[in-house]
Design a protein around this ligand. Structure first.
Ligand code: CMP
Length: 141
């Protein structure tokens, strides 16, 4: 089915100047950018986005990292977009990510892991609405 998913290009990948290389992989996989913005997340924005991880031991480090520099937030649309994006990203821990995935190629640690992608339809809906108003999403023509 046609789906939307939220993608974040994280501060490590922005600092490495590989925004375009990462978006190019989405495009090659027939995922279309239907919304995008660059932003430097505040503490509150990062904590709210990752609220489901609040009790996890890595929460503080995660929020510190995600607020350490600008990110590029996008809504991607395409056939099976949620799973397609997760396949492109590879495993959360870049050491376990398959060769040729975004994390294998651009990430350096489990925190500085280059990209975030929604893990389910419910998360995608929440995460897209977290960053974008309806009128900031530009459906494919
Ligand atoms: P992300 O997909 O953005 O969702 C939560 C993030 O927490 C994850 O990517 C990792 O960057 C980070 N993280 C740090 N430690 C862990 C861990 N042990 N398990 C899962 N995620 C972790």
């Amino acid at each position: 089915a046609n789906e939307r998913t939220l993608s974040i290009i994280k501060p490590d990948a922005v600092a490495k100047n590989v925004i375009g290389k990462i978006i190019s992989r989405f495009e090659k996989a027939e995922l279309h950018v239907v919304a995008a913005k660059m932003m430097h997340l505040s503490q509150d924005q990062a904590e709210g986005f990752y609220a489901e991880h609040k009790e996890r031991p890595f929460f503080n480090d995660l929020v510190a990292f995600m607020t350490s520099g600008p990110v590029v937030v996008q809504a991607l649309e395409g056939e099976g977009a949620i799973l397609t994006n997760r396949d492109l990203m590879g495993a959360t821990n870049p050491k376990e990510a398959e060769a040729g995935t975004i994390r294998a190629d651009f990430a350096s640690s489990i925190d500085a892991n280059a990209v975030h992608g929604s893990d389910s339809a419910a998360s995608a809906e929440r995460e897209i609405a977290y960053f974008f108003n309806d009128n900031e999403i530009c459906p494919r023509g």
